[in-house]
Structure formats: C-alpha cells, structure tokens
Design a protein around this ligand. Structure first.
Ligand code: ADE
Length: 238
C-alpha cells in the first residue's frame, strides 16, 4: 500500500527537496510513498492571485485568506487522510504521532507562510496543527519535509534493517546509547572494553545504563516519563 502525501504550498518547487535523496528518495521511486503538490497560488484571488491579506484588527504581516485556502483544501480528496497544518502553534510532533501517521493511508499537509492562517478555515476544515519544535521557521515547507521523512522511513521496505528502528532514540523512551566502530584506538581514545568482550548480556546492560544516564542528564522530561512507564508496568494489576 502506498503512503499518499499531498502538500499544499506556495513553493511546490521545494518538493521533494531533500526527500528525493537516499532511502526516502528510493521509497518514492519504488512507490512506498507518493508525493503530490498543490500550488496555493492557483486558488488566489484577482489579477494578482492573492492568497493573503492584512490582519483584521491591525498589526504586522499578512494572513492567509480562508476562502483561498478553503478552496485549495476542497480540491484535494482526503481519502481518509488527516489534514495537517504545519505551524509553530501546533502540538509538538513526537515519535509516537509519527508512528500513528505512518501506519495510516498518508497525509495532506498545508504549509503556512506569512503571519498565519485565518482561524475560521482551521476550525471549519478540522485541521490538526503540528509543530516540529519550539522555534519559528519562515514557512511550513521544511517542517512538512521533517514530518514526511520521519513517517516514510518507518514504512515497510524503506529502511533496510527493521530491528534498528526499534532500538533507536524515542522508541524505547530513552535516548540511544553511544556507538563506536573501528579503529579500536583513535587519537588515544579506546572503544569501551565491554563492547569488545563478546559478552552480549553485559553489552546490553552497559548500553541500557548508558542510555538511562544520557537521558537523565540531557532530557529530564523524557527520563521522568520513562520512569513513570516502568513503574506503571511493574505495578501488579488491581
Ligand atoms: N512553521 C513555522 N515554524 C514552524 C514550526 N516550528 N513547526 C511547524 N511549522 C512551522
């Protein structure tokens, strides 16, 4: 089954962009996923095909018009796909949401520009606002590519090694342990002995304790959530 993606944007030339490279690009060629862009300008108003106007109530910048964006959205058959609006106001994207999306039929995404989108169209079309982090980009195009790359790499047949996907950061609730490869000594620094011991149980324990220590130091928020799930799992059912 193909993961179908439709991107509504003022910059269709920005796609596939980086998504044309490497395993994600190969997945596009083999039909693991498909990409369609819809140029918002096509739905613009008047001689200049305007898609934006000044904010009601005054203030800086421009706002995307609900009639223009509504018409663009209505031109796309959703086919059971969620309608996402990439915006710094959205709920922050997580690996759990990425997993859910990648298990579905695909996504339809609106990339914003300017100061934002008229609130009425967000509500009327039931758009899900998604942020990729607490910083502001110039537009939603890069954010859409981030979301797509995260989803597509999980599709069957896209990443070579399915096992490597289950051990990585966020899938276990912990950041990933450090990795090493040859040479055994580099600039006077050795690979930790335990990794060369051949003792798989000890290696697993070492990796686990490294992952916990790293998560505790760098991401106390993730670590607290992780401890919570461990505690919940350990608790006998009542
Ligand atoms: N558009 C601008 N900034 C964004 C962000 N942080 N996430 C998603 N879309 C955006």
């Amino acid at each position: 089954m193909t993961f179908k993606t439709t991107i509504l944007t003022l910059f269709p030339d920005a796609f596939p962009g980086v998504l044309g490279a490497s395993i994600i690009g190969r997945g596009l060629e083999t039909g693991a996923w498909s990409l369609e862009t819809v140029h918002l300008r096509q739905f613009g108003e008047g001689k200049h095909k305007n898609v934006d106007d000044t904010p009601a109530g005054g203030g800086a910048g421009m706002v995307m018009r609900p009639d223009v964006i509504g018409a663009a959205i209505d031109s796309v058959p959703l086919q059971g796909r969620p309608l996402l609006y990439m915006s710094p106001r959205g709920k922050t994207l997580t690996q759990a949401r990425v997993r859910e999306l990648s298990a579905g039929p695909g996504v339809v995404m609106l990339c914003g520009r300017f100061e934002g989108l008229d609130e009425r169209v967000i509500e009327a079309r039931g758009m899900e606002e998604v942020s990729i982090g607490d910083y502001v980009l110039a537009g939603g195009e890069v954010a859409a590519q981030v979301l797509l790359e995260a989803c597509v790499r999980l599709l069957p047949g896209v990443a070579g090694n399915a096992e490597s996907l289950t051990h990585e950061s966020f899938e276990t609730g912990l950041l990933e342990h450090p990795q090493y490869t040859r040479p055994r000594t580099w600039e006077g620094h050795d690979i930790p002995d335990v990794l060369l011991s051949g003792d798989h149980k000890k290696i697993e324990e070492w990796r686990r304790s490294q992952a916990e220590a790293l998560t505790k130091a760098r991401r106390p928020d993730l670590y607290a959530a992780f401890q919570n799930t461990v505690a919940t799992r350990a608790r006998p059912e009542s």
